[in-house]
Design a protein around this ligand. Sequence first.
Ligand code: ADP
Ligand code: MG
Length: 725
Amino acid sequence: MRFDALAESRQRHYKSVEETGKRSELFGKNVFNEEKMRQFLTSEAMEKVESAIFQGTKIDRKIADQVAEGMKAWALSMGATHYTHWFQPLTGSTAEKHDAFFDIMADGRAMEKFGGRQLVQQEPDASSFPSGGIRNTFEARGYTAWDPTSPAFIYKTTLCIPTIFVAYTGEALDNKAPLLRALHAVDEAATAVAQYFDKNVRKVYATLGWEQEYFLLDKALGQSRLDLVMAGRTLVGSRAPKGQQLDDHYFGVIPNRALGFMSDLEKECTKLGIPVKTRHNEVAPNQFELAPVHEEANLSVDHNLLLMDVMEEMADRHGFMVLFHEKPFAGVNGSGKHNNWSLATDTGVNLLSPGTTPMKNLQFLTFFVNTIKAVDTYEELLRSSIASASNDYRLGGNEAPPSILSIFIGKQLTDVLDELEGVSKGKLSPQEKTELKLNVVGKIPEILLDNTDRNRTSPFAFTGNKFEMRGVGAKTNCAKPMTILNTIVAKQLTDFKKEVDALINKKNLKKDEAVFNVLREYIKTSKRIRFDGDGYGKEWQEEAKRRKLSNNQNTPEAVQILTDKTSITLFKDMDVMSEVELKAHQEVELETYILQLQIEGRVLGEMVYNYIIPAAIRYQNELLDNIKGLKEVYGAAHKKVAETQLNILEQVGNHITDIRKMTEEMTTARKRANSLSTIGRKAQAYCTNVKPYFESIREQSDMLEKLIADDLWPFAKYSELLFTK
Ligand code: ADP
Ligand code: MG
């Protein structure tokens, strides 16, 4: 397979990139957006949908029928033949079941049908989606329900309707429902706080701009490897002589074939309303990044999921295999997905952007300090939101943020917070107020953006007008970190509002005095979360321990916090998830973790017995034939002549023995883990007793790869995978 794949990859040539006009003219072509609604909906329906989007009001059946009618007319005019509820089960990706518009009437006539009922709710037979025990299979009822805040779109010939997926009892079986609840919570809490500064604010949106990293491999080469096909990463593979040490790929000229893929991908995305903007080479060879303009978080999450689907499709068309795994290759960087996050008002203000007046800067500081405080209080919970079997291979490596959460804010803002720590308790003298306004708050540079210092090792960094969460894995559904981040900020802002109101009402403080007083305490009590040193260093591990920050290195440990009392209370108070849902989501995380490691273990076993050992034996035979021949000619003197052959023969033999032994031990450990009764213990056993074998088996395989004749080695090598452009 390897040599067929190599031959195939050599045949490939790129098509020259063709742009067919301005991207802005393509934008949203396949989306049922405002412009299309105006065209295809009655003004009554249009009004109701808009109020559902902006105020969260309900849409009744009559209106749903009208919307469905308009949507159908539009979809048919675009050549669509099917529709689907598009949802995000806890598997992490998206799911769809297509139904044709086509239907047969009672009188036998065929026609295209789609009504309010089909738009609003569907009941996919979804008993095989993970539910963490929420839904017993014998009452396997769950339904999908229309999310009007994310517009329907046409992909290929199917009208896709974004939906949530919930059990009949109302519990979320997906990632979108909790996210919508978290966004609602942060809207309520942040709007109330924003109104201290501007009475006109009616709504606050969380904004998200992700940066998707990925690898592009030649399709034939990628598909020739069992591990890449089954596990999405290489389980064995000796490093190529050249990796990323020359830094010659990063930001370099984009190779032609990749550029052709990107161009087609971007055009498709643009039509789907995904505002893709930036493309570039990443650090590792054959690694790239794509980033859009930021959007409202729910829409942005949907767009990221859709993007990943479109990427798979487009990669296939261009003869590529795309990898989203967080650590597909040893020895070169893995892939992440930075989540840039902020809060914006319906009046168009970015709440994490310093402004031109002291009042606007106080507003900025309020949201800035509250975010820091929220992350400090719930650092372990936020860490749990990015835990997965695949991201475990990347986090904490010296290319990715550590599994310890900390915040970097840069020198200028650190100085501002230090000053604010000195604000007097209670009422402020007129002099102090003036001093604060002019020299502390007033001095926050208007365009911090351009002159903030950067710390690439920080997992949660302030970058001028937003926070950037850097530990998110390339494969992860952003809904998970976004749900937790927005929930903790919502909770923090709620507490803040209570404290400020209490100072105003009971202590007779002025609003700004009260705000300064509360912020001062937050700054003092959340200091441990701020860190501007090297996050990759050993010293930080020790320092973090002294600061009592959590350091959960693997998924089974990291997700425990989800069902901690503090988390249950938090999610209940914020109306985001019930205890049942938290338990279920935790169980699904653990189950997925186990299954992924189980698959890796099985694939590795197959590779060892069916490919690696046979290849090693073939080489042994070649050596043996040669040694036998030399012995015939040279007699006893052959030992000298065949010294190299004998030496390699012995090494190969030893590696065969070792790799077999380790593989057997791994299988035994796996069986033992499988027999454990609770899912938590099983996951832990996979982590501590099974996973370490992957590494040691790999070492043996990699040594064999280095010894064995190239024409006998069964798997595409790193040099072929990473340097075929
Ligand atoms: P850098 O990470 O190098 O600072 P940019 O400042 O251009 O690069 O932003 C990177 C990402 O941040 C982009 O994907 C963009 O969508 C996102 N972003 C910018 N502003 C915001 C914001 N207010 N909210 C959320 N994301 C944002
Ligand atoms: Mg960035």
